[in-house]
Write a protein that binds this ligand. Structure first.
Ligand SMILES: [Mg+2]
Length: 330
């Protein structure tokens, strides 16, 4: 049976953001924080001043390098790196003044505060204000009002929603505290999603947040990452076949994150195709052939170039094992 565990590990290295990228994204996030703080100091000095707390995959260290997207802009080719960063903006009520403004007021303040920070206008979404940078990355700013340690998200269509992003980050990071295979599997699934959406621009798969929850809930452990990946995505496919839902593990626990996806059949068929490709790869005899199958799952960032070395090494080891009895008698 083919074994591509080490190609998976090498792939994880490739899709994991490096230190300098982490630093530059953090700098970008902190500059935006400064911009917002200055706005409130200068223009809203009598209001509660905002505080910030990072959330999402950047905080739980499950952010992956997206496949660079090459677009044409004013007749020139441009490469976009679509990193998605989330930074919570908190208006924390203090004892003297707990007046809560309207959801639209908070949203329009943040839009105002960030306008002009990049060449693109801030996008006022239901769940956050999104700032898009020229290199392709975006920073999402969900807005919270906090009273007695309870956080409520300013959602433009659903109203104030009880929410605990810090608790969610903890739930995710606790899941792989003693087992980093879970974190690797989250990254592999996200990389599959990225490659599928890159190959088919009209395809919308569930968000990285949803896949993170699904991997943790359906995780099947194995010494080998290729098998663990296959077993886990198969378990995800089966559970979604029984009930196409994904409830948050933390507040609001009654929120089905898959409810807004009206393309469940398409998503299930994408998962079917993933499971069947993974199964074929696992059942291959030749590791080179199976590696090609994995490339059809993840794209050419999944490298097979170290395979010939590995196979040479394995045959050398086999030869060494045979010659052992003689060497042991000396
Ligand atoms: Mg986001």
């Amino acid at each position: 049976m083919a074994n591509n565990h080490s190609q998976f590990l090498q792939f994880e290295d490739k899709i994991t953001i490096n230190r300098s990228r982490v630093d530059s994204l953090r700098v970008s996030r902190n500059k935006l924080r400064e911009k917002i703080k200055t706005y409130f100091k200068d223009k809203k000095s009598s209001e509660t001043q905002p505080k910030f707390h990072g959330q999402g995959s950047f905080m739980s260290k499950t952010l992956i390098n997206p496949i660079p997207r090459v677009i044409e802009e004013n007749g020139e080719e441009k490469t976009l790196y679509k990193y998605d960063i989330d930074d919570g903006v908190y208006f924390i009520c203090n004892d003297d003044d707990c007046t809560r403004k309207s959801i639209n007021t908070y949203h329009s303040w943040i839009v105002d505060a960030t306008d002009g920070h990049t060449n693109t206008k801030p996008i006022d979404k239901n769940t956050c204000v999104r700032i898009i940078f020229s290199d392709g990355h975006n920073i999402d700013l969900p807005i919270y009002f906090t009273e007695d340690e309870n956080h409520e998200l300013a959602h433009k269509s659903k109203g104030w929603l009880e929410s605990d992003p810090k608790e969610f980050t903890k739930w995710v990071t606790d899941s792989f505290k003693t087992n980093y295979q879970i974190r690797r599997l989250i990254k592999y699934v996200k990389a599959w999603k990225d490659f599928r959406e890159y190959s088919n621009q009209s395809l919308i798969l569930p968000s990285g947040l949803i896949f993170t929850i699904l991997v943790i809930r359906n995780y099947v452990s194995n010494d080998r990452d290729d098998i663990a990946f296959f077993e886990t995505v198969k378990a995800i496919r089966n559970s979604l076949g029984i009930s196409f839902t994904c409830y948050r593990p933390t507040k609001p626990t009654n929120e089905d994150l898959l409810a807004e996806y009206n393309n469940s059949e398409k998503i299930l068929s994408e998962l079917d195709s993933l499971v069947s490709k993974a199964e074929t790869a696992i059942n291959e005899d030749d590791s080179q052939e199976s590696c090609k199958k994995w490339q059809s799952v993840f794209g050419d960032r999944f490298s097979c170039s170290n395979l010939s070395n590995q196979q040479n090494l394995e045959s050398l080891k086999a030869t060494a094992a045979v010659s052992k009895p003689w060497s042991a008698t000396r």
